[in-house]
Design a protein around this ligand. Structure first.
Ligand code: HSE
Length: 438
């Protein structure tokens, strides 16, 4: 039986993992597919670099474009990353009639609509399971397994590095910088950790999740993105005392005014929820469908083997339908092209949640009265309030408040006014509290 020939662009962690996995599980993959999956060519920057992966029988080249156009390659796997350098390669492969499997979330979040349109015009597949939550097959679950549902909400812990940092800040009372350094030393965080800790990586993934959840064009611009840098070990400890964990959540759901919310933010979640128990570099995605109710998908969100698992899963899918007319394939984003609809994306001011506030207040009479007056003027009701011990040699004390459900617009106005008080050393901390259904 003729093998399905694969060309891989990039032989880093995921590329090396993919070559190894295809070799290791060659027999069971052939049993699944009825044909062997064979890596025939790989494109690398430096062919002389020592590699731990066995490359015998594979043509190694520095010419990525040649792999994209090679008539001896049936499917191209794009693992070079980046946007501007990856896009022309993906287009070249699609233009040569080759399906593409990619792990590139930034590329699809920013240019996905054009690339899926282009792939459609060429009549070939563009698969991206590995772009979202590493080894967790969440794209397949949303596109296929949950197709009977109208999706109501998705709450995801979609960045392992940020989750690791928050976990270490809680269990070891570490400062953010120390936990980040540790994550870098362990190889979890990139040297430039911006994408991980500022929420951008999670936002790229959320843009794709929302598209397959709601049948909407990918809209990265509609996202509100906040990272974890402002979270202190003190906030994590205070939240813990009140029965909450702080997680970086990627959230998309129907908002109170009918728009679809799209936001990556640190959030308090009740300690007794399954999402709260996701620790370290693991990812988890909670999806609520109108028929199935809450479902949870948990697993490794990064790493060579887990991400290769997603790449190879896509390769099997794509190989099965090689040359088949498009109507025999699952649509790229799970919805028929004519069924895709741009929803109204809810602006952040429309969001309604409870809030955790930490104010740094002068320890003198009447301060809390001023704060509660401002909150009352905005119609914000307080659920709990605690004054904490002052930090050594500090002139102010932390005051922590939990509010009842409030509109973000009102909360922002109230916080502006609170931070203008002479007795408050702003800016105050504000973290949303997410009710996650179990
Ligand atoms: N850097 C990501 C994470 C994995 O820490 O989850 C790749 O998206």
């Amino acid at each position: 039986m003729d093998p399905v020939r694969i060309g891989i662009l990039g032989l880093g962690t995921v590329g090396g993992g993919t070559v190894s996995l295809l070799r290791r599980n060659a027999e069971s993959l052939q049993r699944r597919l009825g044909r062997p999956l064979k890596v025939s060519r790989v494109a690398v920057n430096d062919p002389n670099k020592p590699r731990s992966v066995e490359l015998e029988g594979i043509d190694v080249t520095t010419d990525a474009e040649a792999v994209c156009t090679d008539p001896e390659v049936d499917i191209v796997v794009e693992l070079v990353g980046g946007v501007d350098n990856a896009e022309p390669l993906v287009r070249k492969a699609l233009n040569s009639g080759k399906p593409v499997v990619t792990a590139n979330k930034a590329l699809l979040a920013e240019r996905g609509n054009e690339l899926f349109r282009y792939a459609g015009e060429q009549g070939v597949d563009l698969a991206f399971e590995a772009a979202v939550a590493g080894g967790i097959p969440i794209i397949k679950a949303l596109r296929e397994g949950l197709a009977g549902n109208r999706i109501q909400s998705v709450h995801a812990i979609a960045n392992g590095t940020a989750n690791y940092i928050l976990s270490r800040m809680r269990t070891e009372a570490m400062a953010f910088d120390d936990a980040l350094t540790e994550a870098q030393e362990l190889g979890y965080a990139e040297l430039d950790p911006t994408f991980d800790v500022d929420g951008i990586d999670a936002a790229h993934k959320l843009a794709l999740i929302a598209a397959v959840a709601f049948g909407a064009p990918i809209n990265y611009e509609a996202l509100t993105i906040e990272g974890i840098r402002p979270i202190t070990a003190e906030d994590i400890a205070f939240a813990d005392e009140m029965g909450y964990r702080i997680k970086l959540l990627a959230i998309t759901k129907h908002g109170p005014d009918g728009g679809i919310e799209l936001r990556v933010q640190p959030a308090l979640v009740r300690t007794d929820t399954m999402l709260a128990s996701v620790e370290g570099v693991f990812n988890a995605v909670q999806v609520i469908g109108d028929a199935v109710g809450p479902t949870l998908y948990y697993g490794p969100g990064a790493g060579a083997d887990p991400t290769a698992s997603a790449v190879v899963g896509d390769l099997v899918d794509v190989a099965r339908t090689l040359g088949a007319p498009p109507q025999y394939r699952v649509p790229y984003l799970g919805f028929h092209a004519e069924g895709m609809q741009e929803p109204r994306w809810a602006p952040i001011e429309e969001v309604e949640t409870e809030y955790y506030l930490r104010l740094q207040a002068q320890d003198q009479p009447g301060v809390l009265a001023q704060v509660t007056r401002i909150l009352a003027e905005e119609g914000i009701s307080i659920e709990a309030m605690r004054q904490k011990e002052p930090r050594p040699e500090a002139s102010d004390v932390p005051v922590v408040l939990l509010t009842h459900t409030t509109r973000e617009r009102a909360m922002r106005r109230a916080l502006d006014a609170i931070d203008r008080l002479d007795v408050i050393n702003g800016p105050s901390q504000m973290i949303r509290l997410e009710e996650v259904e179990e």
